[in-house]
Design a protein around this ligand. Structure first.
Ligand SMILES: Cc1cc2nc3c(=O)[nH]c(=O)nc-3n(C[C@H](O)[C@H](O)[C@H](O)COP(=O)(O)OP(=O)(O)OC[C@H]3O[C@@H](n4cnc5c(N)ncnc54)[C@H](O)[C@@H]3O)c2cc1C
Length: 385
């Protein structure tokens, strides 16, 4: 599906084109026939993760030494786009591969990398990152979860909410205060293997406006005893810096998602308006339809060029926080607008569940909220003015 016709960016190498084709084929044959079932069940089967691992859809940017495919962020972007073009907007793999695994790769000790990354790549471990708490989301310094060290062990206490992959995850990076009096400098990332963690409890899979099959959940940690090696890295108090360093990639992942949804919405809509008739002609023959779609295509094209630029800069390590924030805020705002305008062209059918544009309208809304709200993105951009 290439509705925009933007020439391929220079970072899109031969192996990435191959990855695009392979991912598209795999998703179409193995996953697409079941998507309705998963949406109705409200959760992905555990098997989907294992199959994703076998097909190389997980941890593509992790080094081969740690079980990955040895690619770059561009590999993650290609896979994420394919998932989204096929309607897998609620699947938590982009977070697992593009957010959880990089924390371990960039800050973990050699032992931690060897212990966790290969299992994340196969899907044996499913990753989550638990920052948000009932009392704090945007203001990460307000986290109240604590990890107190006594002797050679930490005791973890607190509750988290809105956690993606919350029901399936068995490797959870928890943002906690190891020194509650030290503010941001007292924040650390604790890695919890939940399979045998006494005191760890999953709460509800939360009912949501969209992303029906995503197992977004509450998590509870009541006196969970962790070995000292659960601290990510070797030094306490590094959590805030680690989060600030990694969050631009998280924002770029959301921008990739927004872009793919815009492309899909346009493709579905152009197809529909060519077939649907009113007043004796196809809907596309009305000048209003043409103008709306011309505007949407123009704006989506501008977005795609900007996104390709951001990905290219990120691959070479040059993407700054402000630019990543621009991509996240502007592209998710635009996504909301384009999907809304596309839905209008479907008339009443746009409101019906069997038309994917209806689900996309619901699924899209959260992209302006999570990974840092768009208001927080503007604060980050404004800091550099
Ligand atoms: C489906 C879903 C999945 C999620 N997945 C995860 C996950 O995997 N892990 C995780 O940790 N979290 C996750 N989140 C949480 C998400 O990141 C937070 O909801 C988000 O960061 C906002 O925090 P909040 O909900 O506490 O809103 P609040 O911080 O209470 O914000 C409320 C409003 O105030 C605005 N606001 C706040 N501060 C300022 C300010 N300084 N200036 C201007 N406006 C401001 C916000 O922009 C927002 O409009 C998820 C959320 C959802 C809905």
């Amino acid at each position: 599906m290439d509705i925009l016709g933007v020439p391929r960016p220079t970072w899109m190498t031969e192996d990435l084109i191959l990855l695009e084709e392979q991912s598209r084929r795999f998703i179409a044959t193995e996953f697409a026939p079941h998507v309705e079932h998963w949406n109705e069940e409200g959760v992905y089967d555990r098997e989907v993760w294992k199959k994703s691992g076998e097909a190389g859809l997980l941890c593509a940017s992790m080094p081969e030494d740690y079980g990955g495919a040895g690619g770059s962020f561009a590999h993650e972007a290609v896979i994420n786009r394919e998932l989204s073009l096929a309607g897998f907007d609620s699947f938590g793999a982009p977070l697992h591969s593009g957010i959880v695994a990089p924390y371990i790769l960039h800050y973990g000790t050699e032992d931690q990398k060897r212990r966790w990354l290969p299992k994340l790549a196969t899907g044996e471990l499913i990753g989550a990152i638990a920052m948000t708490e009932p009392g704090t989301g945007s203001d990460l310094q307000g986290v109240r979860t604590t990890a107190v060290k006594t002797g050679n062990r930490y005791t973890l206490n607190g509750s988290k909410t809105f956690i993606t992959n919350g029901q399936h995850a068995n490797l959870i990076i928890v943002v906690a205060k190891t020194d509650p009096k030290a503010g941001a400098k007292g924040t650390s990332l604790m890695v919890v293997e939940t399979d045998d963690a006494a005191g760890f409890r999953r709460g509800r899979k939360l009912k949501k406006l969209g992303l029906d099959a995503a197992d977004t959940s509450e998590l509870f940690f009541d006196n969970v005893s962790l070995p000292a090696e659960s601290l990510l890295g070797t030094e306490e108090g590094q959590g805030f810096i680690q989060l600030m360093t990694e969050l631009p990639q998280e924002r770029l992942i959301v921008a990739v998602h927004a872009m793919a949804m815009m492309e899909r919405a346009l493709a579905l809509t152009i197809d529909y308006v060519k077939q649907r008739k009113a007043f004796g002609k196809a809907i596309i023959e009305f000048q209003n339809t043409q103008f709306v779609l011309a505007e949407c295509k123009t704006e989506a094209t501008v977005a795609k060029v900007f996104l390709d630029h951001c990905i290219g800069r990120h691959v070479t390590g040059e993407l700054d926080t402000a630019t990543a924030s621009m991509a996240k805020y502007w592209m998710t705002d635009l996504q909301g607008k384009i999907i809304d305008r596309c839905l209008q062209l479907f008339g009443g059918y746009g409101y019906m569940e069997e038309y994917p544009i209806s689900r996309m309208y619901r699924d899209a809304r959260v992209l302006r909220i999570y990974a840092g709200t768009n208001e927080i993105m503007k604060l980050l951009i404004a800091r550099g003015l």
